[in-house]
Design a protein around this ligand. Structure first.
Ligand code: 3HC
Length: 283
C-alpha cells in the first residue's frame, strides 16, 4: 500500500503532533475531535510550531502553508472514511477508546488499518472492539512527536503481518525509527521502563532522600537524560502517570507498580503539570 491519507482521532498533544509530522511528510490528514474549539486549537498549535521552524529557517513559508493545507479538521468521525490508516489518540480511558473504535470501524472501509496510540493499554482488547482485530495494531508515538524519533509498533494477538507492514510503511514515511513489540503487554517497551522509574523518583522524594531539583539534576547530569523524572511527570501529567501505574498494577498483578501517594494527591488536586499550569515545581 502507498499511504497518502491518514485520519487521527483526538486533537490533544499527541494527536496534533502526529498530524503535524504527517502533514510535513506530505500526507493528507483528517484530524477529528468532539468539539470544534479542540481541533481549532490543535491547528493553532501546529501553525505556531511550523512558524517557529520558518523563523529558524528550517522550513520555508511555502512548505509551512502546504503542510497546513494538507490538514482538514472535523467533529464528525464520518470524515475519516477516505483515510487509509486511522490512529486513535484520545485520553487513556479504555472504554472511551473502545467506543471510538466501534464508531470508526462503522464509517471506514474494511481494508482501512486502525491503530491506537495508547501509551500502555491492551492492543488486543482494543482490536477486538474494532471488529477487525487483524487490521488493527498499536502505533505508539512519543512526546513531543515532531522531535522524538521512536515509534513502537505493537502487535495484538490477531494483528496480521500485512497490518504491521502498513504501520512500518507509515512510520518510515514519517521519518521515524520503528521498534516492534512482539507481544502485547502493558506499557510495551518504553513506558514499561519509564513509568516505574518515574514512580521510583516520587518514592525517593517522599522518603526525603533528595529534593525535586536534585533528583532531576542527578538524572540529567548523571544519566545524560534531556529531562529529569519530575520534569517528565509535569510534561505528561501526574494524572497520566497514575493512570498507567494503576493499569500496570491491575494487569501485571503486582503491588510494586502501585502509584506513590504523592502522585495520586497531585492528580486528584488537578496539579497535572503543563496541562494545568502547576506541577511538581509549584507543589
Ligand atoms: N513540539 C514540537 N517541537 C518541539 C516541541 C514541541 N512540543 N518542544 C520542543 N520542540 C523542538 C524545538 O522546536 C526545537 O527544534 P529545533 O532544534 O529544530 O529548533 C527542539 O525541539 C529543541 O527544543 P528546545 O531547544 O526548545 O528545548 P530542549 O532542547 O530543552 O528540548 C525536548 C526539549 C525536545 C522536549 C527535550 O527536553 C527532550 O527530548 N525531552 C525528553 C522528552 C521525552 O523523554 N519524551 C518521552 C516522554 S514519554 C512518552 O511520550 C510516552 C507517551 O506514551 C506519553
Amino acid at each position: 500500500m502507498t499511504i497518502s491519507a491518514i485520519g487521527i482521532v483526538g486533537a490533544g498533544t499527541m494527536g496534533s503532533g502526529i498530524a503535524q509530522v504527517a502533514a510535513q511528510s506530505g500526507l493528507d490528514v483528517v484530524l477529528c475531535d468532539i468539539e470544534q474549539r479542540l481541533v481549532e486549537s490543535a491547528v493553532r498549535r501546529i501553525d505556531a510550531h511550523l512558524e517557529r521552524a520558518v523563523v529558524k529557517e528550517k522550513l520555508t513559508a511555502d512548505d509551512k502553508q502546504a503542510a497546513l493545507a494538507r490538514i482538514t479538521t472535523s467533529t464528525d468521525l464520518g470524515a475519516l472514511s477516505a483515510a487509509q490508516v486511522v490512529i486513535e489518540a484520545v485520553i487513556e480511558d479504555l472504554e472511551l477508546k473502545k467506543s471510538v473504535f466501534t464508531e470508526v470501524a462503522s464509517v471506514c472501509p474494511e481494508d482501512t488499518v486502525l491503530a491506537t496510540n495508547t501509551s500502555s493499554m491492551s492492543v488486543t482488547e482494543l482490536g477486538a472492539a474494532s471488529g477487525r482485530p487483524d487490521r488493527f495494531c498499536g502505533i505508539h508515538f512519543f512526546n513531543p512527536v515532531p522531535v522524538m524519533r521512536l515509534v513502537e509498533v505493537i502487535r495484538g494477538v490477531s494483528t496480521s503481518d500485512a497490518t504491521v507492514a502498513v504501520a512500518d510503511e507509515l512510520v518510515e514515511r514519517l521519518g521515524k525509527t520503528v521498534v516492534h513489540v512482539a507481544k502485547d503487554s502493558p506499557g510495551f517497551i518504553v513506558n514499561r521502563l519509564l513509568v516505574p522509574f518515574l514512580n521510583e523518583a516520587a518514592r525517593l522524594l517522599s522518603e526525603g532522600v533528595a529534593s525535586i531539583e536534585d533528583i532531576d539534576t542527578a538524572v540529567k547530569l548523571g544519566l545524560n537524560h534531556p529531562m529529569g523524572p519530575f520534569e517528565l511527570i509535569d510534561m505528561g501529567g501526574a494524572d497520566l502517570t497514575v493512570t498507567v501505574l494503576d493499569y500496570f498494577q491491575a494487569e501485571l498483578g503486582s503491588d510494586r507498580y502501585a502509584p506513590q501517594p504523592v502522585l495520586r494527591r497531585m492528580a486528584r488536586a488537578g496539579l497535572n503539570g503543563r496541562k494545568s499550569g502547576a506541577g511538581f515545581y509549584q507543589y
